[in-house]
Design a protein. Structure first.
Length: 91
C-alpha cells in the first residue's frame, strides 16, 4: 500500500461512516414498516375476534362457550381458542 497518507485514510473513514449511516437509516425504516404492519395485523385480528364473538352470540352458542373461552391479549391465540370452541360445539 503506497498510499497511506492521512487524507486517504480520512476519505476512506468518511465513506465507511456514510455507508454505515445509510444502512442504519434503511434498517430503521424497514423496522418501522414491519412494526406498523404487525400493529395493523393485530388490529385486524382483534376485529375478526369481535366479529366471531358477535356471530357466536347471534347463533346462540355464546352461553355455552363464552364462559370457558375469554379473549386473551394475544389475538392469534384467542382466535385459535374460538375456532376450537366452535368446532367442539358443532361436533
Amino acid at each position: 500500500m503506497a498510499e497511506t497518507d492521512p487524507k486517504t485514510v480520512q476519505d476512506l473513514t468518511s465513506v465507511v461512516q456514510t455507508l454505515l449511516q445509510q444502512m442504519q437509516d434503511k434498517f430503521q425504516t424497514m423496522s418501522d414498516q414491519i412494526i406498523g404492519r404487525i400493529d395493523d395485523m393485530s388490529s385486524r385480528i382483534d376485529d375478526l375476534e369481535k366479529n366471531i364473538a358477535d356471530l357466536m352470540t347471534q347463533a346462540g352458542v355464546e352461553e355455552i362457550i363464552w364462559k370457558n373461552v375469554q379473549p386473551v391479549s394475544d389475538a392469534s391465540v384467542g382466535l385459535f381458542l374460538y375456532y376450537v370452541a366452535i368446532k367442539t360445539a358443532i361436533n
